[in-house]
Write a protein that binds this ligand. Structure first.
Ligand SMILES: Cc1cc2nc3c(=O)[nH]c(=O)nc-3n(C[C@H](O)[C@H](O)[C@H](O)COP(=O)(O)O)c2cc1C
Length: 159
């Protein structure tokens, strides 16, 4: 499928990092997310199967959804193109993190917001695993978010 026929190319999304940890292992990857419900604090992420992120979410039954800040373009490309199996991305990319006591998963400095989620359910589809997360803790830093659209990164402007 060429990119002009691909929903990934057209659908504007907030850029997020899915940060995970279990035991001594930790990982972070770039992704997108969608809210599921207005009444309940539920959201959905789609994670390619076989990646470390999927493994750590399955093992820990939780993930931290970090809303990327407008300064995170380079980081989004870095952790969105390297697999975490054989490398600690936090060390490789010298990611400074904000300490957060609720979760082992690390939150990069410059984040717009973050939400700690427990896995409510998961569904396999076409090589991806959709995780529905229930937000159990959240924080908004007030920094503007980073947006993904047509292979580019943007920031928000009020219209
Ligand atoms: C803008 C952007 C959005 C992405 N969205 C997703 C996504 O929603 N799901 C996914 O599985 N991978 C997505 N990726 C690719 C993963 O971030 C990439 O495969 C990453 O290396 C996986 O890390 P891991 O192997 O350590 O789990 C995205 C990459 C970019 C740059």
């Amino acid at each position: 499928m060429d990119r002009e026929n691909n929903v990934f190319y057209w659908l504007p999304c907030s850029v997020v990092f899915v940060s995970t940890a279990h035991g001594a292992a930790r990982d972070i990857m770039t992704a997108t997310a969608m809210f599921v419900s207005e009444k309940e604090p539920l959201l959905a992420i789609s994670v390619a199967q076989g990646h470390l992120t999927e493994k750590l979410i399955l093992e820990s039954a939780k993930f931290t959804l970090v809303i990327a800040g407008a300064s995170h373009k380079q980081l989004a490309k870095q952790v969105g193109s390297v697999k975490g199996d054989n490398v600690d991305k936090f060390e490789k990319f010298s990611i400074k993190s904000i300490s957060e006591t609720w979760s082992q998963a690390l939150i990069p400095e410059g984040a717009a917001a973050w939400m700690i989620c427990n896995v409510e359910s998961s569904h396999e589809i076409q090589g991806y695993r959709i995780f529905i997360g229930r937000v159990v803790s959240q924080q908004d830093t007030g920094k503007p978010p980073l947006i993904w659209h047509k292979d580019g990164f943007f920031s928000l402007h009020e219209v």
